[in-house]
Design a protein around this ligand. Sequence first.
Ligand code: AGP
Length: 609
Amino acid sequence: MCGIIGYVGFRNAVPILIGGLKKLEYRGYDSSGVSVLSPENDIIVRKSKGKIANLEELILQKPIVHSTLGISHTRWATHGEPNHINSHPHTDCSQSIVVVHNGIIENYESLKAQLQAKGHKFVSQTDTEVIAHLIEEYYKGDLFAAVKKTILDLKGAFALGIISKNHPDLLIAARVGSPLIIGLGKGENFIASDVPAILDRTKKIIYLQDGEMACISKKEVKVFKFSGEKVIPKAQIVKFSVDAVKKQGFAHFMLKEMHEQPHVISEMGKRYIKNGKVDLGDFGLTPAQIKAITRIDIVACGTAYHAGMVGKYAIEKMAKIPVTIDVSSEFRYRDPIVDKNTMIIAISQSGETADTLAAVKEAKRKGAKIVSICNVLGSSLVRESDAVLYTHAGPEIGVASTKAYTAQLGVLFMLAVKLATVNKTMSPGEIKEFLDAFKKIPTSIQAFLADQKTVARVAKRNSHFGCFLFLGRNINFPSALEGALKLKEISYIPAEGYAAGEMKHGPIALIDEYRAVVCIAPASDVYEKIISNMQEIRARKGKIIAIATEGDQDIKNHADDVLYIAATHDLLTPLLAALPLQLIAYHIAVQLGCDVDQPRNLAKSVTVE
Ligand code: AGP
C-alpha cells in the first residue's frame, strides 16, 4: 500500500522525506515522489516510476533547494498505471496546492467530471488528483477550511498529506480508513503512514483517528474532527527501538524476523502463562462474557486466515466451542448470522487490512463481541475491538509474514486454553501437558534455525520445479496452505496447498516427475494416512519433501528429502512446521534472485478493498 511522509520544521526536508520513504518500502510500491516549498514559496515536485533510488537519481540530476516544508509518497497503483505522471504528489491547476494520498476515492470520476466542467485541467489518471483540484475549487485563503470542505465531498478511504505555496509553515493531514500518524519533535513535526518511517526522528506519536484532520506547524499540532470539533489528542511513546526496524546483519528482514520467532514465543509464554494457568490479563472480556459465548467466527486474510484455521482446530478440540472461519472479504458480503453470543476473532498483523476492518464493522453492526489478535498498537482494528490480544511480535517489515504468523498461532493457543479453562473442557493434567509443551517450542524452533544448511540444501535442490503442491492433514492442513502462500508470494512459483485427503479428488492429476510435493507428516493420529498419500505420489514419480518428527526413520523410504522438526504436542505441530515451510520458500526465492522483502505487486498491509 502507499506510503506517506510529511515534514515541517527547521531542518532540510528532502533527506527526511526520502529517508522516511525508504523505511516504508516494505509496504510495497511501484513509484515515488516528493514535493517541497522553496524559500521563494515555489512548489517543487520530483517524482519517478520504480524504486526510490530512481527518485534519488532524479534529485541528483535536478537538485532541490533547502526547504523546511514538504511531503513525499510511495505509490502502490490502484487507479492509473505505474508511471511518472500518475505517481504522487499531485497538484492543482496553478501548482499552488500539493497532495499525497493513500487509499481509494470511490466517487472520483463524478467529482472529476464536475471539476472539468468548471475548467480544471487534469494530467493524470489517478483518483488522487481530484483532491488537489477540489481544494483549489474551495480555497479562499484558508487552506484548512478548503481541505475540510473537500473531505466532506470524498467517499472512500484516504490518508492525506497536503501543503500549499500560500502557507509556508503549514502541513495538513487527514485520515479515514487508511493509517496516518503524527510524529512530535522539538521545533519540528512529522506525518507518516507507519511508525518505522520516523522512529529515528521521534518516539512521541499521535495516532490520527478515523474522521480526524490535523493542522501541523513546526511548533504546534491541532487536531479536529471533520465536523470541526477540536480534539485533544493523546500522544504515545513508541516502545520498540530503531534497531527493531533494521536488518541487524541479516540478508533480509524476512530472515531476521524468522530468527526472532523463538524470542517472540518465549516472551509470549512468560506474558500469558502464570502458575501453570493461562492468564490473558484484562484483555477485555470477563469470564461471564466468555461463558456466554456459544459460537466463534474467525475473520482474517492471507496468512492471518491460515493462523485462524489452526485456531479453529485448537479451540474446537480444547474448548468444545463451534468455530467457523471466513476470509474477511467473503464474511462481509455473505450476510453472516451473528448475534450477541457470537465471538468474532479478527486476526490481523497490521490491524489495517481493509477487508478485515469491514468484516468487523459488519459483525459489530449485528451485535457480536469483537476480540482482535493484532500486532500493531493503536491500529484501526484495535480501536474497533471489544477486546485485544496483542501478539507483541515487534514490527514485521518483510512482506511475507513469518513471526507474526507463529505469534498469531501462539495467541490462539493461549485463547483456546483460556476458553477451555473457563468452560472446564480440559482437565488440569491436560492443560499442564499442553502448556509444558508450549514452553519448549522456542528451544525447538531455535534448534531448527540452527541447522540452516540442511533446509537451504533441500530448497536449492528443488528450486527448479515449476509447480509445488503442499499437503497436510487435520491441524496441518492450514500449514499446507500457509506453506504454499509463502512460496508463491516470494518466489512467484505457482504453489497450491491442499488437504492431503483431497489429493485423489483432483490434484493427483498434477503429479509427475516435474512437480514437487511438500508433505507435512509429523507424528500424529493421521500419520499413516499421509504416508499413503506419499506412496501414491511416488508411484507417479512426484518428488517429495517431507516435514517429519525427528527420529522418524521410516519416512525416508517415502520421500526424496526429509526435514525434521522436534516432537511436540499434536496441536502444536503447526508452530514447528512453520519454520521449514518459511525457510523452503525463503531459500528458493533467494536462489531465484527474487526480491524477498518486497515481492512484486504485494503490499505489507492491504488497506484498500
Ligand atoms: C502474508 O505473508 C501476506 N503478507 C498477506 O497474506 C497477509 O497475511 C494478509 O494481507 C493479512 O495481513 P494482516 O495480517 O496485516 O491483516
